[in-house]
Design a protein around this ligand. Structure first.
Ligand code: S3P
Length: 437
């Protein structure tokens, strides 16, 4: 089993290219499969999660060429998609599972979607129900709750107005993909605005959308045309490096061209309220997405209270925020984050248990954590529980702890951040990966 051995870092310095944005790479791959004409995706994320989406569209009959740091996808429109010959195995990727279920609901054949043990525990009913109302037939394990999911799609679907029970970009995007193949106006209302990458990317493929506050609408059927997408670096991956550079005594790390979509920048706002020194420079736009160059320097952090709508804009940054909170003077309370219990792991329970191994005082709350920060962390043997973001967050804790830290079960990092340990090594960290396949 692969593991990371981490020793305290005195210094982190240099420039590093964070990997391409995972959410944006998935969307570009899936929209390209529906489009007519070639799509070129530059600086895509070649990590296991996105490669699952790519393998799925290939199984649906779409031709893909991998050219250096870019993908070329030859879309021939939705009618050219074919019933896959086998199961679509989406590994650990919740975004692949949810978005493909929506896309396939509008294709008139049978697809079966499944994944690893973690993916097969994640909620699907909240997506299956609206897709059934749209006229697709779907069946799922656990009385309709979990993958494997069988989708018997229909074209055209019926347009609906869906009111989502949770703010979820995966749900919203899946219904938008289904809505492209529905007759009439599909509308989706969220309790709060989740990441809007699908809304920003659809116009790049020639589609029209209506957006009014937390409500987004698409009139179908609509056809897409191939596009050229430049993928920014992923802020959710950059986050680990930014926090590392904040808590290591001597550091200056620059990360160019990182996505700073305001639906994703919750962590930057929270870190700034905690006293972090992260400079956001040279803001510009790339394929409809805001990007900027980020520079982080060491800072003394103070505890903070986080909750309500702040959670949606930092949903994937909870594990690394817990590490920043452990390093901050005073108490940090994170509430309204119950959705974290159904991510790649139960991130609330797992982060509470693992940080305690570093000597951090953590109370687990039903919807978050209370962390008493500021005491020195001591190196520990900790586990990722198979969750990539937990693995990377705990590695950053190891950089700031006294003595050696071992993080077990770290192969999962490949799902979103290939080369994580190597990137930190090049910046000067003492982090060694062993047992990798
Ligand atoms: C994602 C949406 C988020 C996030 C996930 C990626 C996406 O999930 O946690 O890592 O690409 O749409 P939800 O919006 O479903 O909470």
């Amino acid at each position: 089993m692969s593991r990371l051995t981490v020793r305290p870092a005195a210094r982190l310095a240099g420039e590093a290219a964070a990997p391409g944005d995972k959410s944006i790479t998935h969307r570009a791959i899936l929209l390209a499969a529906l489009a007519e004409g070639p799509t070129v995706i530059r600086r895509y994320l070649p990590a296991d999660d996105c490669l699952r989406s790519l393998a799925a569209i290939e199984a649906l009959g779409v031709a893909v060429k991998r050219e250096d740091a870019q993908l070329r996808i030859e879309g021939k429109g939705p009618e050219a998609l074919r019933e896959p010959a086998g199961l679509l195995d989406l590994g650990n990727s919740g975004t692949s599972l949810r978005l493909l279920t929506g896309l396939l609901a509008a294709q008139p054949f049978i697809s079966i979607l499944t994944g690893d043990a973690s993916l097969r525990r994640r909620p699907m009913r909240r997506l299956i129900e609206p897709l059934r109302q749209m006229g697709a037939e779907l069946f799922a394990w656990g009385g309709g709750e979990r993958a494997p999911v069988v989708v018997h799609g229909r074209r055209p679907l019926r347009a609906i107005h869906a009111v989502l029970p949770v703010a979820s970009a995966q749900l919203k995007s899946a219904l938008l993909l289904a809505g492209l193949g529905a007759e009439g106006d599909t509308e989706i209302t969220e309790p709060a605005r989740s990441r809007d990458h699908t809304e920003r990317m659809l116009p790049q493929f020639g589609a029209a959308l209506k957006i009014q506050g937390p409500r987004v609408g698409v009139t179908g059927p609509q056809r897409l045309r191939g596009a050229r997408i430049d993928v920014p670096a992923d802020l959710s991956s950059a986050a680990f490096v930014l926090v590392a550079a904040t808590v290591v005594p001597s550091a200056q790390v620059r990360l160019p061209a990182v996505g700073v979509n305001p639906t994703r920048t919750g962590l930057l706002d929270i870190l700034s309220a905690m006293g972090a020194k992260i400079d956001v420079a040279n803001r510009r736009e790339q394929s409809g997405e805001p990007v900027a160059d980020l520079t982080a320097r060491p800072a003394s952090l103070r505890g903070v209270t986080v909750g309500g709508e702040q959670i949606v804009a930092m949903i994937d940054e909870f594990p690394i925020l817990c590490v920043a909170a452990a390093m901050a003077e005073g108490e940090t309370v994170i509430r309204d984050a119950q959705e974290l219990r159904v991510k790649e792991s139960d991130r609330i329970a797992v982060m509470a248990a693992e940080l305690r191994k570093f000597g951090v005082a953590v109370d687990e709350l039903p919807d978050g954590v209370r962390i008493a920060g500021g005491a020195p962390l001591r190196g520990a043997v900790a586990s990722s529980h198979g969750d990539h973001r937990v693995a990377m967050a705990l590695a950053v804790a190891g950089l700031a702890a006294k003595g050696e830290t071992v993080i077990e079960d770290t192969a999962c990092i490949e799902t979103s951040f290939p080369g994580f340990a190597g990137l930190l090594q090049r910046l000067g960290a003492d982090i060694v990966e062993t047992g990798a396949a």
